[in-house]
Design a protein around this ligand. Sequence first.
Ligand code: SF4
Ligand code: SF4
Length: 385
Amino acid sequence: MRSKVAITRCCSYSRDAVSEAVRTAVDLLGGIETFVKKGDKVLIKPNLLSGNPPGEAVTTHPEIIRAVVELVKKAGGIPGVGDSPGIGSLGKVALKAGVKRILDEMNVPLVDFNDMVTADNRAGYIFKRFEVARAVMEADVIINLPKIKTHGQMLLTLAVKNNFGCIGGTKKAQWHLMAGVDRLLFAHMLLDLYLLINPELTVVDGIVGMEGDGPSSGVPREIGIILSGTNCVAADVVLSEILGIARDDLPTTRAAVIRRLPGVDLGKIDIRGEKLNEVKLKNFILSSVRHVGWNLPPFFSRSMVNLLSSRPRIDQKKCELCGACVKSCPPKIMRLEKKQVIIDYKRCIRCFCCHELCPRGAVKIQMSLIRRLFPGLAEKFEQKS
Ligand code: SF4
Ligand code: SF4
C-alpha cells in the first residue's frame, strides 16, 4: 500500500486557523475516526525539548496540540500529552511552552515519561531492546507531533526523530554514547525505535519551523504548512523535499533507504492536499555543524576526525554556569572549573547535546581549524549521513 502524506497551508497560529488546517490534514488521510476509536487511550507526543515560549519555535506550538486534542475527544478517545524534555521537568517545560495552560483548559493530563519499561524489539534491524516510557507502550494510539527544526547531529529533527523523546531522561545519553560519532548507527537506532513505537498518526507543526543552529538556538522560519502522515519515513521524505534537502542527506532516511523501508521513494508516496511544488521553500538554512567520518581512509585516527569536524565552543560571556551541559554530556567530558566550562575535546563524541540543551544559547558551533584553512580538503571527507 502507498504511504499517504497530506499537506495543508496554514500561516498563523490563531486557534481557528490551526484547528481548520489540522482537521483538513487529518481528513485528507481518512479522518480522525480512522485512527481513534471510542474509549481509546491516546498518547499525544509533541516536541517539548525545553521550556521556551512558543514564539521561539523550539517546541510544538500549543495550538497544534489543542487542535489534535479536540479531534481525539471528538472521536471519543481519551487523550494525554507526554514527552521527556531534554532539560527541565515536564511540568515546568509545558508551563513555559504554553502547553500546560491549554491542557488545563481542556482537562487533559500531562503524562510523565520517567516510568519506563523494557520493550523487546525482536524485529529490530540492529537494536533489539529499548527502555521506553510505560505510557507509550500502554497507549492504544500514539499521535506524533514533531516540529520542523534543524539539528546539529542529525541535520533535521522531523517525524522519525521525534520518537526519541519516548525514551526517558538520562537513558537518551546512553544511546548517544553507544552510537558515538557514528551518525548512521544513531539513525538506525532512531529507525528501530520509531518502528517499535509506530505512531498511528503524525501531524507536523510546520507553520513556523527553525533554521540555522537548531534544535534550540536557531532562528524561527515561516514555512506555512501542516503536514500529516501515517508513515514517518514518508513524511520525512516529503518534508526534505519541501525544505530543499536531498533525501539521502537526512541520516534517518538514508538508513531507511539502506533497509528499503516503505516510504523512501518520493514518487510512490500518495501526496494529498497542497501540491508539493507550491509549498517548497527556498534557501532553508541548515546547521553550521559539519561532520566527517564515513569516507575517511581507515588509517585516519579519531583525533584526525575530530580535527576535521565542527566542535562545540562555550561563549563564556553568555554562559551562566548553570551546569546543564555538564550534566547532559553523554561521555561526561565537560566540567565546571574556575568559573568556566571546560571541554575535553579529545574525548568529545560530537553529539552536540550540550548545544541542544544549553538554555542560554551559550554553546556555539565552531568550524575546525583545518576546515577554516583548507575548506576544500575538509569538504572531501564530509559526512552527509
Ligand atoms: S554553557 Fe549553557 S548549559 Fe553550559 S553551563 Fe553555560 S549556560 Fe549552562
Ligand atoms: S562536549 Fe558536547 S558535543 Fe562533546 S560529547 Fe559532550 S555533549 Fe557531546
